[in-house]
Design a protein around this ligand. Sequence first.
Ligand code: EPZ
Length: 420
Amino acid sequence: MEKLVIEGGFPLKGEVKVSGSKNAALPILAAMLLTDEPCVIRNVPKLRDTSTMLKLLRSLGKTVDVIDDKVTILTKGEINYIADYKLVSTMRGSFCVLGPLLGKLKKAKVSLPGGCVIGVRPVDLHLKGIKALGAKLEVDGGYVLATTKGLKGAHIYLGGVFGSSVLATANVMMAAVLAEGETIIESAACEPEIEDLTNCLIAMGAKIEGKGTPRIRITGVKSLHGVSYEIIHDRIEAGTYILLAAMTRSNITIVNGCYQHLMALTDVLEQAGVNVISDGNNVKVKVKGGLQPVSVNTYPYPGFPTDLQAQFMALMAVTPGVSIITDKVYPDRFIHIAELNRMGANIRREGMCSIVQGIPVLKGAPVMASDLRASAALVIAGLAAKGKTEIHRIYHLERGYENLDQKLSMLGAKIRREKE
Ligand code: EPZ
């Protein structure tokens, strides 16, 4: 086990490169199950979660070769239809192999994913969509067994209590591309990662209209061919660096800064007095004077992303005044409050909201990483805080940020790994 030790309290400078998107890579790698032909996927970030997905593809019978950010996937023999518990339970994103396995093999047995610190994380919408396409479902021993004589297109409403679902949209799309007839998905997720998956499926020969919109229309085809595809960059990683720059008053350049996918964040930051500018590919952050508190609700895309909620809370923790933060996607995604308060922040829960009373500066302290994005919030808080911060259980970070400590050291951050 390792920890991160950070000496914070000074601005950073230089250039940081954003890696490929974790949340685009996972469904796109799962989509490789839809063809037996060779596929090459580029800009795949080296993360715990992507390596778990590659292990899962190997366990299902794919041959997987990785050279830097390029993944080559071949099919040498029979594809296995059972996705085993130990891999799916370590990374819930693996659940999105259900749709492609069912679409390609007409059967799939996938372990139900567990919950996690940010919420119960049910899969009822995934199962509703798969069932609507004509699959027979059995839940037994913690597994979902889905079988079909042949999937048939359907008109499916996929909105849930919290709005659209990213991976349920991915699962249903990947089952529908080989189904007979037309499928319309209403209240589909509009996240850029779903748009990227759609582009990849179309490049494999799928017939899909409405990408990136709440209504996706799919006309089933007989089979999909191989593909060579490059994944988009990670807007959440980029947003994390933008919030870091604002918190530490750093003049940094964020290469592949995903500006066009971060309008909800840049709009809120403009109100807070943080100027985010882009020259197309790169993004720069300028903090003019003092910061203003801004209240935020998170929503499905194009709303303010829940995956940047914790990082934004860290910024509001050192912004004079009161801001109210509510997570409409994961109402309980506030485990980072206790840790930020250990650093001197003044944040409290009031029902579904968090009330952030800004203080002048955070103080370094030993803190515990928990969910991936809460951990990122602690890193940027540590870089802004006066003194030393130790962040324990950093494997959470490694799930979704590629070489974060190296990238931050390149910006002049005093950050190092140490054995626990
Ligand atoms: C994806 O998770 C992301 N993960 C999450 O990122 C992200 O926070 C989330 O979308 C929301 O944007 C990946 O893409 C691998 P959802 P997903 O289904 O698809 C409820 C990160 O940090 N819901 O869009 O699992 C659910 O409980 C991770 O990178 C149902 O009720 O999330 C939540 O409240 C964390 N029934 C809301 O919908 C369902 O069947 C949105 O969840 C499915 C979801």
